[in-house]
Write a protein that binds this ligand. Structure first.
Ligand code: HXC
Length: 495
């Protein structure tokens, strides 16, 4: 029987099981993910005693926008997509091929986990896959798309990859299912509540992208790939753009509110700077006080990290620090220049944050920036206070170019807090405390809440007109085009 016929027969059987569950088949998914007609299956004839028509995963190669990728697609219609020895071998083989070819690997996840009948040999298979995920980390992009159950230890393979896409209602990740949760803690919870898109897209941050449908997920993966290089040995693809590199954005000159505590939407600045206003946010439903997004400027990929004043005034907390740290480390591993846009009043104070380990989380972001060798451009839009100023890619940490808008406030801390500390005695003794405080705050702001001192000290390269930000950013990255070396640097450990 020809290979095409084999696949067709298998797919027809799978449709009967998958479609009633609102899910696509392993082959249908690959056809949506890859360029039309580009899928080439490997190991199609590898079978097992229990599954003579084929095992619970389809593996092979294909292209996305003409560039090669390696893929595996778990087949739930065969023993619930469970992972036994043969399935593990097929997955490991295609991962090895991807590593040798230095091309991305994309895993489509729809599985009941370890094949119970095979006992611990299936656990061994998982262990080998995890080890391979770690070996590949930082060398080739690894992407997972969760379109079915991902139960038990099986969750750890996607968690070791760079990006997890998860589809609403059908994709669920959990270490122990609702039944075990009920027995152990007495909590009653559905599969979707426990491990669905709401849980992992907005609360745990385990998933990077949450999608309404499988079609959307595969389309978004294709779009994400357009920003990424094939491996750590390449730069991301460059695109020809009609968007002028010298385009000025007049609206930005009056964009920052007069009142320095009034929020504004950082998304506008990102869109204004990016080619054609386009960008692709990562983890856009999680830790909203920081934005991590891919964009292109002058046709080239950049990773943008930006505080979002609309959420918690753009403060850095545990979740935001870790979200940004992992993004920065991904960009560094894959030769993606980093643009940082700063408006941060500081780290979030509080017992919960301190006891939750904000020190360790903040240190992760510091570490990520300090070790990054890709070109790094930073623009201080407004507040850059204290430790949070340092951590958001300051010159001291190794930023290559650091600019400030005239609205930039680079200081040890905000005026209110600073005045309380340095004028404590005077304020306590004063009859007109509030009046005196406003006067002192105004004086402090005049003196420190601007970029002038930082510019005098050479801690910023220049104060720039907001309307010229795109041009300045593009010129800076042009200057830095040959900075850094291609090749393996470090893994992308889950943070
Ligand atoms: C063998 C399995 C299986 C498994 C499902 N099947 N999971 N076979 N091993 N792990 C089989 C079912 O017996 C059934 O076979 C078919 O797949 C479809 O399953 P259904 O239950 O009918 O489907 P559904 O109602 O959609 O429920 C899916 C499910 C449920 C939620 C995933 O099957 C389930 O809870 N499975 C067990 C999950 C689990 O606990 N796995 C082990 C986790 S421990 P038939 O013949 O009836 O069609 C683990 C350790 C890994 O993974 C550790 C790594 C370090």
């Amino acid at each position: 029987m020809s290979d095409d016929n084999l696949a067709e027969i298998r797919d027809e059987k799978a449709k009967k099981i998958q479609h009633p569950k609102g899910k696509l088949t392993a082959y249908e998914r690959l056809n949506l993910l890859l360029d039309k007609g580009s899928f080439s299956e490997i190991d199609q004839h590898v079978t097992s005693e229990e599954n003579p028509d084929g095992e619970a995963v389809v593996t092979g190669t294909g292209t996305i926008h003409g560039r090669p990728v390696f893929v595996f697609s778990e087949d739930f219609s065969v023993m619930g997509g469970s992972l036994g020895e043969v399935v593990a071998k097929k997955i490991l083989k295609v991962m090895d091929h991807a590593l040798e070819a230095r091309a991305p690997i994309i895993g489509i996840k729809d599985s009941g986990g370890a094949r119970i009948q095979e006992g611990i040999s299936s656990l061994y298979g998982y262990a080998q896959i995890f080890k391979k995920n770690v070996e590949a980390s930082g060398k080739i992009p690894q992407i997972s798309v969760v379109v079915g159950p991902s139960a038990g230890g099986a969750v750890y393979s996607p968690a070791l990859t760079d990006f997890i896409f998860q589809v609403k209602d059908i994709g669920q990740l959990y270490v122990t299912g609702p039944a075990v949760v009920k027995t152990v803690t007495g909590e009653e919870v559905s599969y979707e509540e426990l491990g669905g898109v709401e849980a992992h897209g907005t609360k745990s941050g385990v998933s990077h992208q949450i999608c309404e449908s499988e079609e959307q997920a595969f389309e978004e993966i294709r779009y994400l790939m357009s920003f990424l290089p094939q491996s750590s040995f390449q730069k991301p693809p460059a695109f020809i753009t009609e968007d002028e590199s010298s385009r000025t954005i007049e609206s930005l000159d009056s964009f920052i509110p007069e009142n320095r505590n009034q929020p504004y939407d950082m998304e506008k600045i990102i869109s204004d700077i990016s080619d054609d206003g386009e960008h692709y946010p990562i983890q856009s439903n999680y830790a909203l006080n920081i934005i991590t997004t891919f964009a292109r400027v002058n046709g080239n990929t950049v990773g943008i990290v930006a505080n979002q004043p609309m959420e918690l005034a753009g403060v850095l907390d545990i979740k935001a620090s870790e979200k940004a740290a992992r993004f920065v480390r991904f960009c560094d591993a894959f030769n993606i220049p980093i643009l940082t846009l700063v408006d941060v009043p500081g780290f979030l104070p509080g017992v919960e944050q301190e006891h939750g380990g904000i020190i360790r989380s903040g240190a992760k972001l510091l570490y990520a920036y300090a070790e990054a060798t890709v070109p790094r451009v930073c623009v201080v839009i407004r507040k850059a206070y204290g430790g949070a100023y340092i951590v958001m890619d300051s010159i001291g940490l190794g930023a290559d170019k650091l600019y400030a808008w005239p609205s930039g406030e680079i200081a040890v801390m905000g005026a209110e807090g600073a005045v309380d500390i340095i004028h404590r005695r005077e304020l306590t003794a004063a009859d007109n405390r509030e009046e005196l405080k406003s006067k002192l705050v105004a004086e402090y702001n005049d003196k420190f809440s601007n970029p002038d001192i930082a510019a005098q000290l050479g801690l910023i390269d220049n104060i720039i007109k907001p309307s010229e930000t795109r041009k300045v950013v593009i010129d800076s990255f042009k200057d830095l085009v040959n900075k850094g070396e291609l090749g393996d640097k470090h893994g992308n450990i889950p943070l």
